[in-house]
Write a protein that binds this ligand. Structure first.
Ligand code: XIL
Length: 353
């Protein structure tokens, strides 16, 4: 159950030293960088701010192209630091992500050979990758995003994924779950995606689960709803329908990458100050967390993870109207702590019930 002392007087509760993780019966997590790409969340935020959370996920350092940057060469430093920090501070760790079309390891694919040879080239490398990484963190990671974003926004499978192209079909998804299960049968295995609240994409994900028999034959435990949302979208009703859809299939559901784009998907490069968004963001977080808290209480969602800790480090500074452009920076304000690591009004709305 939730912390009994929480009340509308949320500021007072926090003055008593309570943390975000105290609000819910389920883990509240954050995506962190452990030194990769020049950012270290632990050094930057310190134990007090990190202690708001009781779960971590790697923002980048466990992705295939980062963790096994060339064949047989693994970059364990950052992921080891992440799981070590979590263990030391009593936090859970979600694994992210074993098979994805982006930040994939290019060397896992080949242009030469017959279709069967290309598939086998990639299949064997996927098996080795998943086995090695999942085995190493068997005692540290309680769930893995096994496959990330396999469904296209325009309908059906993402057929331009290097994995789909290597296999010629979607059976790579079945292999990925099978290899993860073989490496650690006790690990919870997730399919993770964005735009899951778009009805057509949601139903494509349902079709994928059914057509590939992911629950019955391939050990799928749950669905990760990334939750890269904005001030207006999706509606709370659509969020609820999405959670119910997968819960009713017998799956666990987690909110895995929550952040709120204050520019609502706009492509404008004009930077607006946080004061323009403060109230709307607080209201939005309030309504979202009312919904999520209810679902946690009913056992329909099992974790909430924010995609970052504070506004000084958010990928949304480079997301311009749905496109990630690393060379462009437009300051965004998607999280619960501001760029100076102070609690935002939105933070207090999370407590306000
Ligand atoms: C993002 C990271 O935050 C960025 O640093 C990186 O450059 C690109 O990837 N969906 C996912 C995450 O599953 O892995 C992505 O993370 C955001 C979208």
């Amino acid at each position: 159950m939730f912390f009994a002392g929480c009340s509308a007087d949320s500021g007072t509760e926090n003055d008593q030293g309570l943390k975000l993780k105290d609000v819910y019966s389920i883990p509240i997590g954050a995506a962190v960088a452990a030194g990769e790409y020049g950012w270290d969340s632990f050094d930057t935020y310190g134990d007090a701010l990190m202690g708001e959370f009781d779960s971590l996920v790697a923002e980048n350092c466990m992705k295939a192209g980062v963790i096994q940057y060339s064949e047989g060469n693994f970059s364990w430093t950052a992921p080891d630091r992440l799981v070590g920090y979590a263990a030391e501070h009593g936090m859970q760790v979600r694994g992210h992500a074993l098979v994805w079309h982006t930040q994939a390891a290019g060397w896992m694919f080949t242009d030469t050979g017959t279709a069967a040879e290309k598939k086998e080239f990639s299949r064997s490398r996927m098996q080795t990758h998943i086995t090695t990484v999942v085995n190493r963190y068997e005692d540290d990671i309680y769930c893995w995003d096994v496959v990330n974003e396999a469904i296209s926004d325009s309908g059906g499978y993402r057929t331009d994924s290097p994995w789909y192209l290597a296999y010629g079909d979607a059976s790579y998804i079945q292999n990925a779950f099978d290899y993860a299960y073989a490496a650690d049968p006790d690990c919870k295995l997730y399919y993770n995606d964005y735009n899951v609240c778009v009805p057509s994409k949601r139903s494509d994900i349902v079709s994928m689960i059914e057509d590939l028999d992911l629950i019955g034959s391939h050990h799928l435990t749950g669905i990760g709803i990334q939750a890269h949302w904005n001030l207006n979208w999706p509606s709370i009703a659509e969020i609820q329908t999405t959670i119910d859809t997968f819960h009713d299939m017998g799956l666990e559901v987690q909110i895995t990458e929550l952040d709120i784009d204050c520019y609502n998907g706009s492509t404008s490069l004009t930077v607006n100050p946080y004061s323009n968004y403060e109230e709307a963001l607080a209201t939005r977080y309030g309504e979202i967390f009312d919904c999520l808290r209810q679902n946690a209480e009913e056992g329909k969602i099992t974790a909430i993870t924010l995609w970052g800790v504070a506004d000084d480090h958010t990928w949304l500074d480079h997301m311009i109207g749905g496109e990630y452009i690393s060379s462009v920076t437009r300051k965004n304000y998607p999280l619960l702590f501001d760029a100076d690591h102070n609690k935002k009004q939105a933070y207090f709305e999370v407590w306000d019930f």
